[in-house]
Design a protein around this ligand. Structure first.
Ligand SMILES: Nc1ncnc2c1ncn2[C@@H]1O[C@H](COP(=O)(O)OP(=O)(O)OP(=O)(O)O)[C@@H](O)[C@H]1O
Length: 239
């Protein structure tokens, strides 16, 4: 579903944020991308989604290159960034309808899905208010609802669990599982190791821009009695 080949980002002359990343994510997987602050997670997700161009390497989504077949590649995923990027003066409902228009979601499907997702995340009552009256968490939930609306083949989220209350986190986890059970694929980054541990089929650990582990959780933990947190801290500690 998603392939990264030699993906590299150098900022300025010498800041290597992401260093020759090779990764393959299969359809139906929930894939967790973990690493300490500054490891390169957001930069990688921004290259995958075509927001910034790689310095080297490529990303293919469903076989389509984000560099050379950008439109076909972008039609296959939606992205929830780590910070709200919704225009403040728009109403919640108008934002969702805009997304549904862009992805050509039929009227019947959009009505059902908007109702279902916004009720689950308890923002249905706020849909006719402008986004500038939303809390941080409400904006994040609106972006998540928008990203689920087109039922994307690949659902990508950057640190989605930060800023969500426990109820909303549970809903999001359930929706991620449901998405994969229905043939979709989920990729998300996180610091919250507990979330990764309970949710993901496979994890990749990135440190200083390099991939230092990529496997099922069982395999990452196979040769150790340590918790994922202890393994993570050991792998990413500074020499
Ligand atoms: N636009 C930029 N210009 C220069 N350096 C950048 C830029 N964006 C990111 N970096 C650097 O690249 C490295 C990776 O940053 P990135 O935001 O990808 O990390 P991250 O793993 O998402 O971190 P966090 O968990 O703290 O959000 C950091 O050292 C950061 O300072």
């Amino acid at each position: 579903m998603l392939e990264l080949k030699g993906l590299t980002k150098v900022f300025g002359k010498e800041k290597v944020a992401v260093n020759h990343l090779d990764l393959s994510i299969e359809q139906g997987e929930i894939f967790g991308f973990i690493g300490p602050n500054g490891a390169g997670k957001t930069t990688t997700l921004r290259m995958i989604t075509g927001i910034i161009a790689p310095s080297e390497g490529d990303v293919t989504i469903g076989g389509k290159s984000i560099r050379t077949d950008a439109i076909e590649a972008k039609q296959q995923f939606t992205f929830v960034p780590d910070q709200s990027q919704i225009y403040d003066a728009i109403k919640g409902i108008d934002y969702l309808n805009f997304i549904a228009d862009m992805y050509e979601v039929s009227s019947a499907e959009r009505k059902d899905r908007i109702e279902r997702y916004t009720k689950l995340f308890q923002i249905d009552d706020a849909l006719f208010q402008t986004v500038n009256s939303y809390s941080h968490g409400m904006r994040q939930k609106l972006m998540i609802c928008g990203a689920l609306l087109p039922n994307p083949k690949l659902f990508i989220l950057d640190e989605p669990h930060v800023g969500l209350d426990p109820h909303s986190n549970k809903i999001l986890k359930d929706l991620m599982r449901e998405h994969c059970a229905n043939g979709g694929t989920v990729l998300f980054s996180s610091h919250v190791l507990e979330v990764v541990e309970n949710l993901c089929d496979r994890v990749a650990i990135i440190h200083k821009g390099k991939l230092i582990a990529c496997d099922t959780l069982d395999n990452v933990k196979r040769h150790s009695s340590a918790t994922l947190e202890e393994i993570f801290l050991e792998m990413t500690k500074d020499e």
